[in-house]
Design a protein around this ligand. Structure first.
Ligand code: AMP
Ligand code: ZN
Length: 469
């Protein structure tokens, strides 16, 4: 399996640190608003990477954070006159609903920045002890960028170029810094901001430190894959590498994967240009499976342009697969023949070839566009050859094949496979029992499990109500 590594700018063979296991960290959203369709791209892309890895038999430990302390969250909280945590909790819940509706599976762990402050204080102290950081007069702690000799290796920037003319690349220029390249690890609180005690000042972390700490805590010092959108390469991921490698004295992530941007009508998405869509906006018009199909119809490292025409094309493409599955199921219910004919055997060999084609595409740096083409060929083979006189074995194998290959892409093409009402009621009863027993972790786990299946619970005065996303 080949993965394009931003670090080496080449496709490299994937060799996990530990055989059979993948440790993967994906930078998650800052939660101050409903997520937009740009944020949805890394979620869908890396969820698909995870699914493919699992299909290949790897055990994937997938960690993705929510940044729940940040200027934008604080600003919104102050506007509404509530605590920052009210805003972040609200939008984490909303984000989880969108993820479920896009069939993005919950991570193994979704850590929150505000719950990992102790680990951040510890790593900052280690960086101070190792002389990779210093405390300014007002208590701000800065990372001493030049002390990390490999700084710039991910974004392929040269330190002196950064220092020189190109001011746009400077990481802001507070005057207490020893060097304009240094970046904040910890900063003093301002009026009306949440803060934590520390040895240096009452304050809060800089943005980059949380990912270094959460990745270390939940996956270990060295991980296989670190991922996010391409805008994160510099400075965020560059700074994460500097912090982690300077503190741990070990290489951080082996493979760095970055998705390209999603634009709208060939322009950068922006509220002021009026070309801005939340995932919720799209859900008003389309099943979010269509959005997922649209995202995967391009390679993740290609820029993708969102337009009404492309969404319609995605809708039609997905429907073609759904209709084919429906048809195969109908034929299977009515099939008389049990065993394969020699002709069918030959066709199934052809189908095997298409699965190989699909796998080859996925193993070439997750080329989902080509993988989808292989699925379409399979659908065509089914549509042209399956009929009233087909054998059960033939129809079953084709159905299974289409289901497996679309499931890896996280596409639901067979609605009847969804969770039944009775199962939902049973899980809700389990959750109520767990809550009664004050086992809130279990109660939350059940709620998340249901959410992952597209079931949203609402605790009302009349009891628990549920609906499908
Ligand atoms: P943020 O909340 O801005 O940190 O973004 C969360 C994730 O969404 C990051 O991985 C970003 O790189 C990614 N992202 C933001 N905007 C876009 C976009 N227009 N296209 C693709 N990815 C994006
Ligand atoms: Zn991050």
């Amino acid at each position: 399996m080949k993965i394009y590594n931003t670090l080496s700018k080449r496709k490299e063979e994937f060799v996990p640190l530990e055989p059979g296991k993948v440790k993967m960290y994906v930078c998650g959203p800052t939660v101050y608003n409903l997520i937009h369709i740009g944020n949805a791209r890394p979620m869908i892309v890396f969820d698909t990477v995870r699914r493919y890895m699992e299909y290949k038999g790897y055990e994937v430990n997938y960690v993705s954070n929510f940044t729940d302390v940040d200027d934008k969250i604080i600003k919104k909280a102050n506007e509404e006159g509530v605590e920052a945590s009210v805003i972040s909790k609200r939008f984490i819940e909303e984000c989880k609903k969108d993820m479920a509706a896009m069939n993005v599976r919950p991570a193994t762990k979704h850590p929150l920045a505000t719950e990992e402050i102790a680990g951040m204080l510890e790593m900052i102290q280690t960086l101070l002890d190792k002389n990779h950081a210093y405390v300014a007069e007002d208590g701000t702690v800065y990372f001493r960028t030049r002390s990390f000799k490999e700084y710039g290796k991910l974004s392929h920037k040269n330190l002196d170029d950064l220092q020189g003319g190109n001011r746009a690349l400077l990481v802001s220029g507070e005057d207490q810094k020893e060097d304009p390249l240094d970046f904040v690890l910890w900063k003093p609180k301002k009026e009306g901001e949440p803060y934590w005690d520390s040895a240096w000042c009452k304050g809060r972390p800089g943005w980059h430190i949380e990912c270094s700490v959460m990745s270390k805590k939940y996956l270990g010092d060295e991980i296989d894959i670190h991922a996010g959108g391409e805008d994160l390469v510099f400075p965020h991921h560059e700074n994460e590498i500097a912090q982690s490698e300077a503190a741990n004295g070990k290489p951080f992530a082996k493979y760095w994967m970055h998705n390209a941007f999603l634009n709208i009508d060939n322009k950068k998405m922006s509220k002021s240009l009026g070309n801005f869509f939340t995932v919720r906006d799209i859900a008003e018009k389309y099943d979010l499976q269509v959005l997922r199909f649209f995202m995967l119809s391009a390679h993740y490292r290609s820029q993708l342009n969102f337009s009404a025409e492309l969404m319609e094309a995605a809708k039609n493409g997905l429907e073609r697969i759904v209709t084919s599955v429906k048809n195969l199921k109908y034929l299977l219910e009515n099939a008389q023949q049990e065993t394969l004919t020699p002709e069918e055997e030959a066709l199934l060999k052809e189908a095997d070839g298409l699965r190989e084609k699909y796998e080859a595409a996925m193993e070439d740096d997750f080329n989902t566009a080509d993988a989808i083409s292989a699925v379409f060929e399979l659908v065509k083979l089914a549509n042209t050859n399956a009929g009233a006189d087909s054998s059960k074995a033939f129809l079953e194998t084709l159905l299974e094949e289409i289901r497996t290959l679309t499931d890896i892409l996280g596409l639901i093409v067979d609605k009847e496979e969804e969770i039944l009402d009775a199962d939902i009621e049973a899980l809700i009863a389990d959750r109520q029992a767990a809550r009664k027993a004050k086992d809130f972790a279990k109660a939350d786990a059940i709620r998340d499990e249901l959410l992952a299946k597209g079931i949203i619970l609402e605790d009302t005065r009349e009891g628990v109500k549920w609906k499908r996303a």
